[in-house]
Ligand binder design. Structure first.
Ligand code: TLP
Length: 347
C-alpha cells in the first residue's frame, strides 16, 4: 500500500501485520521441494482442514493456483467451462490455453456472478460427436471480483456441484476471497467448499499475507497440482518464510474481514449519494465496491486523476465501470475522506 494515499485499488496492496513479520522472522525452515519445510507443511494441513479437503499445496499466487488446478483437472484439447466475467478468463493470461492446450468455453455471468445452470448442463454434456472438445472442468468464482465482490448462495453452489457431478466433471472454485464469502454468509469456509471438488484460495488479498495461495482438494488431485506447480517453476525451497505469514493470515485475519465489509458498505452508500456516480447497493456484499461513472462530461481517466490528486487511488474494470476495495489498513475515516474526494472529483 502506498502510505501517502488512501489506496483502494485492491486488497492485494495490503502489507503484512506485525504478527506476520514476527512469524516470518521466527519461521522454522526446510526444503519444501523435499517436503521438508515444517512451516509449509503446517500451513498446508491447516488450509486443508479449513476448507474440509484431504490435502492442500502452497503456490506462489492465485493465478498459479488456478492454472495448476486446471492442468491437474484437464487435458490438452479439453474445455475449461467458466464465466465470461471470471478472473481465470480475464486476468490470467490465458494460461490454460497457452500452457495446457485447453480452450475456454465461456458462459454468460449474471449480475451476481452465477452461471445459468441450464447452460452449464448443456456445456458439460458428454457427446459422441467427434467435432466437440470434451469438457475438462467447470469453474466458478466466489466472491466474484468483476461483479463487485458478490457472494454465491450456498443453494446455487450445491446445485452447480450436482450438475457437474452428474456430468462426471469436477467443479473448481476460484476462492481467492473465499473467506470474505464465508464471513458475509456467517458460515465456516468449509460450508462453502463442501459444494466444490477443488478450491484455490489466496492469502495475499484481504488476509494481508505478502505472498501465497493454496490449492486444496482430494489427495490425488493435489499431487497432480503439485507436479503442475513444479512444471510452472513454482517449487519453492525455504518457503516457510511465506507460509509463516500465511498461518497468521488464516488464524488471525479472517475475523476482521467483517470490518472491511462494513467499510465497503459505508463507501458504497457514500458514493451512491454523489451525482454522476451510480452504485448498485445490492452488490456491495463484501469488500469490493463496483460503480459506474455516469456523468457524461467526465472521462473515467479524468475522474481517477481527480481522485489521485486528492490522495485517493481506485481502479477501473473497463469502460465507465470502476472498482474500490477496502482492506486491512483502511479505516472508516479513510472511507469518509475518499467519499469527500469522490464528490469533489465528480463535480
Ligand atoms: N485479482 C487482482 C487482479 O488480478 C485483478 C485484484 O486486484 O483483484 N482470482 C481472483 C478472483 C482474483 O481477484 C485474483 C487477483 C486472482 C485470482 C489472482 O491472484 P494473484 O494476483 O495472486 O495471481
Amino acid at each position: 500500500m502506498r502510505p501517502e494515499f488512501i489506496d483502494l485499488r485492491s486488497d492485494t496492496v495490503t502489507l503484512p501485520s506485525p504478527a506476520m513479520r514476527e512469524a516470518i522472522a521466527r519461521a522454522e525452515l526446510g526444503d519444501d521441494v523435499y517436503g521438508e519445510d515444517p512451516t509449509v507443511n503446517r500451513l498446508e494441513a491447516l488450509a486443508a482442514e479449513l476448507v474440509g479437503k484431504e490435502a492442500a499445496v502452497l503456490v506462489v499466487s492465485g493465478t498459479m493456483g488456478n492454472l495448476a488446478s486446471l492442468l491437474a483437472h484437464g487435458q490438452r484439447g479439453q474445455r475449461v467451462v467458466c464465466g465470461d466475467e471470471c478472473h481465470i478468463y480475464h486476468y490470467e493470461a490465458g494460461g490454460a490455453s497457452a500452457l495446457g492446450g485447453m480452450i475456454y468455453h465461456t458462459l454468460p455471468t449474471d449480475a451476481y456472478g452465477a452461471l445459468p445452470l441450464d447452460l452449464v448442463r448443456e456445456a458439460l454434456a458428454a457427446s459422441d460427436d467427434p467435432h466437440r472438445a470434451p469438457a475438462g472442468v467447470l469453474c466458478l468464482e466466489n466472491t466474484h471480483n468483476r461483479r463487485g465482490g458478490t457472494v454465491l448462495p450456498l443453494a446455487y453452489l450445491e446445485a452447480a456441484h450436482a450438475t457437474a457431478t452428474a456430468a462426471g466433471i469436477a467443479l473448481h472454485l476460484d476462492g481467492a476471497r473465499i473467506f470474505n464469502a464465508a464471513v458475509a454468509l456467517g458460515v465456516e469456509a468449509r460450508a462453502i467448499t463442501r459444494h466444490v471438488d477443488t478450491v484455490q484460495l489466496c492469502l495475499s488479498k484481504g488476509l494481508a499475507a505478502p505472498v501465497g495461495s493454496l490449492v486444496a482438494g482430494p489427495r490425488a488431485f493435489v499431487e497432480r497440482a503439485r507436479r503442475a506447480r513444479k512444471l510452472l517453476g513454482g517449487g519453492m525451497r525455504q518457503a516457510g518464510v511465506i507460509a509463516a505469514a500465511g498461518i497468521v493470515a488464516l488464524t488471525e485475519m479472517v475475523g476482521r474481514l467483517a470490518e472491511d465489509h462494513a467499510n465497503a458498505r459505508l463507501l458504497a452508500e457514500g458514493l451512491a449519494h454523489i451525482p454522476g456516480l451510480q452504485v448498485d447497493l445490492g452488490r456491495a456484499q463484501t469488500n469490493i465496491v463496483r460503480f459506474e461513472l455516469v456523468a457524461e462530461h467526465l472521462a473515467p481517466a479524468d475522474f481517477l486523476a481527480g481522485l489521485r490528486a486528492r490522495g485517493v487511488l481506485i481502479g477501473g474494470l473497463g469502460g465507465r465501470t470502476l472498482r474500490a476495495v477496502t482492506h486491512y489498513g483502511i479505516s472508516a475515516g479513510d472511507v469518509a475522506r475518499a467519499v469527500v474526494a469522490a464528490r469533489e472529483a465528480a463535480a
